[in-house]
Design a protein around this ligand. Structure first.
Ligand code: PLP
Length: 404
């Protein structure tokens, strides 16, 4: 067995453009929310084709901000997926509302039929997550939302660069014009586009956009940059009890250049996915991640699914053996009901999600990032193949030997 890391789980792609822009910002005398944040908002909104964009300091704060600005709070229920990062559920709890889990479908995304079964008189909103970068069935979700008068807030943490039926994930459908109330992206270090930490909220609603902007900075009527451009007038008013969720110009300096590279990043991710898929096509112990014909997958994650019925080892042992071969991996996600805090919430315990619980012990996220090389993809695929072959259950091994 080789020692040392051959392929890390992730390495960010930061070039001289980002570094030089950060240095210019540091020398400019303006570090917090200012001209570069405004530029990043304008350019990200234009890229995704949504009229209002608000940069924030994380996707988590963006999700909370959107829910709060939509007046979601105590006594209301918000439906989301069990196969997500805890932030999606925590932010619902932060508003005082009750999170309700709908099960996932075979693609790992929230299943509209399960959403429908969870709708009650208290339901106010749906928060779908485009798992791994594969868009959810938004037409079905928008249909349910319209019929029951619900807001949709898309968790687009994985979806920068994803397209749903020809429109960017989080934008309006070019076919029907339907769109969500808000869509929230993450620029956390491992995401498709990074600012180190950061996020962006997109909306078609001018009023919601200005409410979110005010709430994102203490509920103050003008931000510091606007006061500065007003030739330093000192006046401001607190209109609501707001939060401190604004993005800094240092973060935006990185984002401006990451955005220009995003299409190239997605192309590289897609090329590596195709290579993984072809190298693993004949390995019957694993299943390749799902895709949909009417969507462009953003390939934030390459989530391999183990065929446990054909394997003599479980997922955790598979991960250990990959680690022994120097391959970093991760698991997306530990389903929400398996965390002690969420398990202690009666409502979440009641929301039985068998498909998410069945999928979880089979999931492994393999390294997938633009800075890796084809040799590294081949190395990982070979490691997966070797482990799968030598861990074959006897009955399958015998059938394979008999030429099945
Ligand atoms: C990363 C992630 C978040 C949180 O993003 P931050 O920018 O770190 O707050 C939310 N939801 C999902 C599905 C994520 O993967």
């Amino acid at each position: 067995m080789q020692s040392g890391v051959q392929v890390p789980y992730h390495r960010p792609s930061i070039g001289d453009e980002e570094i030089d822009e950060v240095v210019r910002t540091l020398k400019s005398g303006w570090l917090t929310t200012g001209p570069r944040t405004a530029q990043f908002e304008q350019e990200f909104g234009a890229y995704a084709d949504v009229p209002h964009a608000l940069a924030v300091n994380s996707c988590t704060s963006g999700l909370h901000l959107a829910l709060a600005a939509l007046n979601i709070g105590p006594g209301m229920e918000v439906i989301t997926t069990p196969l997500t990062f805890c932030a999606t559920v925590n932010t619902i709890i932060h508003t005082g509302a009750t999170p309700v889990l709908a099960d996932v479908g075979p693609d790992g995304n929230i299943d509209p039929a399960s959403i429908q079964s969870r709708i009650t008189g208290k339901t106010r909103a749906i928060v779908p997550v485009h798992f791994a970068g594969l868009p959810c069935d938004m037409d079905a979700i928008w249909f349910l939302a319209r019929r029951h008068g619900l807001d949709v807030i898309e968790d687009c943490a994985h979806a920068a660069g994803a397209f749903y039926k020809g429109g960017h994930a989080g934008a309006a459908s070019p076919l029907t014009g339907e769109h969500s109330a808000a869509s929230v992206f993450s620029f956390y270090a491992v995401k498709n586009l990074t600012t180190g930490e950061g996020g962006m909220v997109l909306t078609h609603d001018q009023e919601l956009a200005s409410r979110m902007k005010i709430l994102s900075l203490h509920g103050i009527s003008k931000n510091a940059w606007n006061r500065y451009s007003d030739r330093g007038h000192w006046g401001y008013e607190v209109l609501e009890s707001g939060y401190k969720y604004n993005m800094s110009d240092i973060q935006a300096s990185i984002g401006i250049h990451q955005l220009r590279k995003l299409e190239g990043f997605i192309e590289t991710r897609t090329r590596f996915v195709e290579l993984y898929n072809s190298l693993l096509a004949d390995v019957e112990e694993v299943e390749r991640p799902p895709e949909k014909p009417d969507c462009r997958h953003a390939w934030h994650l390459y989530t391999l699914r183990l065929n446990l019925e054909r394997l003599a080892i479980g997922r955790d042992e598979f991960i250990e053996q990959l680690k022994d071969r120097g391959v970093g991996t991760s698991v997306h996600f530990i389903p929400i009901p398996l965390h002690p805090f969420f398990a202690s919430r009666a409502k979440l315990r009641q929301n039985y999600c068998p498909r998410a619980l069945d999928l979880y012990p089979r999931l492994i996220s393999l390294p997938l990032f633009p800075a890796m090389t084809e040799d590294q993809v081949e190395y990982v695929a070979k490691a997966v193949t070797q482990i799968a072959r030598k861990s074959r259950k006897q009955v399958w091994a015998a059938m394979a030997a008999a030429g099945d």
